[in-house]
Design a protein around this ligand. Structure first.
Ligand SMILES: [Zn+2]
Ligand SMILES: [Zn+2]
Length: 397
């Protein structure tokens, strides 16, 4: 990638043109990054008091090189030195985020987003960083970029606006709501299990703010993010459904009531599908491409996929069936390592997940000592699920 040579054609974008030769300090900077030699890089920066935004002959900065290498340590060092995360001097107008997306390192993508990288910037072929990541199959990067929300987007509602005497959101709700929004695993049971009580207690405020965030994402012009808009709608919908499970008469736990409705075997699946189709129907912004694709995926005559798979594909740009690791049967968190000690046929994250699932599993457990339930995936479903994922990916191209 680094083409530092005696290239004769002068590029106007390189404000510090690179000479040939190993002794050139800028050449050494790019060499250190290419060799992952962090110590030497730090020494050079201290010794020569360099600016972080230097350019190679392609107009690439050290930060962009570090991102392309997926080197988080170097990336953070260069940002600390003042590197511009949204620099687009590269000859094809790639940003650091474009390069990070291509590297496949989702941690680097996340750090860049936190440092203020703008995910809507497109390169000379009109592609955003997340579109480039999808193109090369780096789904984890697509997911991180599309789902990133700055904390300030939530804090915004904790301050009264204009003639308001009261803010829309109590400051104490800002953190719990932000954590709810930033969860990667958005399976309804998982969302319920991780739901802070205070969000249910202050349901009216929280629901309203999620609606406003959903609307705001659609009305940002060039910066609009339909994925996030739909995600806020979905999160608000799930919150409402859990809230409805609060029973005034009985002292039951609404989270448990909600989770059990879904976990109830095939009846639970039917219930969930009905619920999520209703959630999709209630999405208020129907003009967007993402919404159209969701509807199209659900309208298949034969083998209509579960609405949950369609939603997960739309939001996370990947199928939950693609992961080879064994997910928790309660909340679908990947790499669940605790097996049911009796039948060893199902696995859970922890005791809480096992406890919630026991009311269904106890019958199977007695029967299934010889049959491995976890292997009993529906291959047809897996195929459909992959198809939906690729539909959404082509949409994001
Ligand atoms: Zn679990
Ligand atoms: Zn068991």
């Amino acid at each position: 990638m680094v083409t530092i040579n005696n290239n004769k054609d002068t590029k106007t974008i390189t404000n510090s043109k690179i000479d040939e030769g190993e002794n050139n300090v800028e050449v050494r900077v790019f060499k250190c990054i290419s060799d992952n030699n962090f110590n030497e890089l730090k020494k050079i920066f201290t010794l020569y008091k360099l600016k972080a935004d230097l350019y190679d002959n392609d107009g690439m900065t050290p930060l962009q090189h570090a991102c392309y290498k997926g080197n988080k340590e170097v990336m953070e060092f260069l940002i600390e030195k003042g590197a511009d995360v949204n620099n687009t001097h590269h000859e094809h107008k790639y940003t650091a985020l474009h390069f990070a997306a291509l590297s496949g390192n989702s941690d680097v993508c996340l750090s860049l987003m936190i440092a203020g990288a703008k995910s809507y910037i497109t390169n000379t072929i009109g592609k955003t960083a997340s579109q480039m990541a999808a193109f090369v199959g780096n789904h984890n990067c697509v997911s991180v970029i599309n789902n990133y929300v700055p904390k300030s987007d939530v804090d915004y509602y904790t301050i009264p606006k204009g003639i308001e005497t009261k803010a829309k959101l109590l400051p104490v709700l800002s953190f719990p709501l932000y954590n709810y929004i930033m969860q990667v695993n958005i399976h309804p049971v998982r969302l319920a299990m991780k739901m802070p009580n205070i969000l249910l207690k202050e349901y009216v405020q929280v629901k309203k703010v999620l609606e406003l965030m959903c609307e705001r994402e659609m009305k940002k012009g060039a910066e609009s993010n339909e994925v996030l808009s739909f995600k806020f709608h979905y999160l608000g919908y799930i919150l409402s459904e859990i809230y409805k499970c609060i029973s005034l008469k009985k002292q039951t736990d609404p989270i448990e009531t909600f989770a059990k409705k879904i976990l109830k075997g095939s009846r639970g699946e039917e219930y969930l599908d009905f619920l999520l189709r209703d959630c999709i129907r209630e999405f208020p912004y129907r003009e967007g491409l993402l919404f159209q694709q969701i509807v199209k995926s659900l309208a298949r005559k034969e083998d209509a996929p579960p609405a949950l798979n369609v939603i997960l594909s739309a939001i996370n740009s990947q199928s939950n069936f693609n992961d080879d690791s064994t997910p928790c049967v309660t909340c679908t968190e990947p790499k669940a390592i605790k097996k049911c000690s009796k039948c060893k046929a199902v696995q859970y994250c922890d005791r809480e997940c096992q406890r919630l699932h026991w009311f269904v599993h106890k019958k199977e457990c007695a029967r299934s000592t010889t049959i491995n339930i976890s292997k009993d995936k529906n291959p047809n479903l897996e195929q459909i699920s992959n198809e939906i994922s690729s539909d959404f990916e082509s949409l994001k191209m």
